[in-house]
Design a protein around this ligand. Structure first.
Ligand SMILES: [Zn+2]
Ligand SMILES: [Zn+2]
Length: 193
């Protein structure tokens, strides 16, 4: 499934539960697109489109690799794990004058509107050793940038780490970050509401 991983830097990380030196990350990126194909009649009598089809497309991209000692990750190219296309609306009215209607052969090259909807990104980090547990983590920069730091792994300091989104509530309860996910030791940006 994952590509070959260079393990030369991995010896220093250790799973806080079983001591395994193999920690992995997985990034899942879900892209939503909304597409609309439409046809107009050739004679121009009918106003608007005489046939249209709307599709919702959901692409899931996966990237996996190793988390190394300093919190760097071996970033493997993403691969498409799944694509789901769901028709959400079909409209066919046809044109009474020219009888133009839906003809699949003619659809290509016709009007296509594509709307890119906000993407969803989730990361997980886990142990590839005996325990197989999922681990809490965050990044040293906001927006999942910088180094990836795993809770319980040697140099982890919560005051320097922006938690992965689903850990924000727990970390805020522990007093490590604000409810907006900003580390308490970093007074810049982010609300305290
Ligand atoms: Zn027509
Ligand atoms: Zn483990």
């Amino acid at each position: 499934m994952s590509e070959e991983i260079d393990k030369t830097h991995d010896a220093v990380v250790a799973c806080p539960f079983c001591g395994s030196n193999e920690l992995y990350y997985q990034r899942k990126l879900i892209l939503h697109k909304y597409r609309r194909l439409s046809l107009k009649c050739v004679c121009g009598w009918a106003k608007g489109s005489i046939w249209s089809q709307s599709l919702s497309e959901r692409q899931c991209w996966l990237s996996e690799g190793a988390v190394t000692a300093g919190g760097r990750i071996k970033f493997n190219a993403s691969s498409v794990a799944s694509v789901e296309v769901e028709p959400i609306k079909d409209v066919e009215t046809g044109c009474r004058l020219c009888n133009e209607g839906f003809d699949p052969v003619r659809v290509s090259g016709r009007l296509t509107d594509t709307l890119q909807l906000p993407s969803e990104e989730t990361w997980s980090v886990g142990c590839d050793g005996n325990c197989g547990k999922e681990l809490e983590f965050g990044f040293t920069e906001p927006g999942r940038k910088g180094l990836l730091k795993v809770l319980g792994v040697h140099d982890f300091d919560p005051r320097e780490v922006y938690p992965e989104a689903r850990f924000v509530k727990d970390w805020a309860d522990r007093g490590w970050c604000t409810k907006a996910g900003v580390p308490v030791a970093k007074p810049d940006d982010g609300g305290t509401d």
